[in-house]
Write a protein of this length. Structure first.
Length: 336
């Protein structure tokens, strides 16, 4: 076992479709009740990208290619490939992860999908990647890839956010170089909320699929209170077991749902959410598991070596995670 091997984020690549649409111009908003339309327009999201005709694997492949290019790796050099699975696979029974493996040419990679925790699925993928890198001396790098594509015709997810399309790929290594060291991470979940959000797809035409919240008051109030409690406990434990106080953390990041959500979390947890999250929310909307990777990459340029960062991630399934990262020195030309 090699439990003391530091795991680093070597490179992060983001990829978005070219088609950009203003939220006000989305035709499905005209079909919403007035109150929901006004809510959708008040989320702090200006534009979203739309991957017309593209599958989640298409988006994931584009991001993975870019991550390998940035790292100077051939696909055959990947030791493990983890696809953060979307909520609606292209086919039942088929394998999205090995489809991506074949398209990349990652013939030597241990390949699997990681999913079922919503936005927090990417955090689960980081946990598995860390275990592989620390536990197997033959595993030198792991490519984690996530794609976001709206599963229904309507991008508005009542009562919380509006969905965009995009993808991210994160290369984790034990090389000791890169943007960040992944110091530690904690993940928790609660099955009471397993089907709070769902799509009924059996015997329903795809064009008629609807994302439904089984109980909006439960999401807006009960789950919010539970989430505040969970993040308070997780963050305290995460920092304590690494010998840090909250004021040692220079940057707090989280997934992008709405301006209201950022305000709530800042007040509930007594932290300042980095403005890059608001910027990405306005430009891209909510991107599921892609959000935290996009925010981490775009926050890196303002940090100096040694700075600590905490990424908080949550999902209405419900699951919660917090990860502690430390900024590393840039190697010449890295991340350009």
């Amino acid at each position: 076992m090699m439990a003391d091997r530091p795991v680093t984020v070597d490179s992060v690549a983001l990829w978005f479709p070219d088609d950009e649409v203003t939220v006000a111009g989305l035709p499905e908003l005209d079909e919403l009740p007035i109150a929901q339309r006004e809510h959708a327009l008040s989320l702090g999201i200006d534009t979203v990208r739309i991957g017309i005709g593209l599958s989640e694997v298409d988006l994931a492949h584009a991001a993975a290619d870019e991550a390998l290019r940035k790292a100077g790796l051939d696909a055959t050099q990947i030791d493990a490939l983890l696809l953060v699975q979307g909520r609606v696979p292209q086919y039942l029974l088929a394998s999205e992860a090995t489809r991506l493996q074949h398209r990349l040419g990652a013939t030597q990679a241990f390949t699997t999908g990681v999913g079922d925790l919503g936005c927090v699925s990417v955090s689960a993928a980081f946990a598995l990647a860390s275990a592989l890198l620390r536990g197997d001396p033959r595993c030198q790098n792991v490519l984690v890839v996530a794609a976001a594509k709206s599963p229904t015709r309507s991008r508005y997810r009542s009562p919380m956010t509006l969905l965009g399309d995009g993808a991210a790929a994160v290369l984790l290594t034990t090389s000791g170089t890169g943007r960040y060291e992944l110091v530690d991470q904690m993940i928790r979940s609660d099955g009471k909320y397993a089907d709070l959000f769902h799509i009924d797809y059996r015997d329903v035409r795809e064009a008629d699929w609807v994302e439904e919240c089984a109980d909006e008051p439960t999401y807006s109030f009960r789950l919010a209170v539970e989430s505040r409690k969970r993040f308070t406990e997780i963050n305290a434990d995460l920092l304590a077991r690494n010998g840090l106080q909250q004021d040692a953390i220079g940057v707090f990041l989280m997934q992008n749902l709405s301006l209201g959500a950022f305000t709530f979390w800042q007040e509930a947890l007594d932290v300042t959410i980095d403005p890059v999250c608001r910027d990405n929310l306005a430009r891209f909307g909510h991107l599921g598991s892609v959000d935290v990777a996009a925010n981490l990459e775009r926050a890196a340029s303002a940090q100096v070596p040694g700075d600590y960062c905490v990424i908080m991630n949550s999902s209405p399934v419900a699951a919660w995670s917090s990860a502690l990262l430390r900024r590393l020195p840039d190697r010449p030309g890295h991340g350009k």
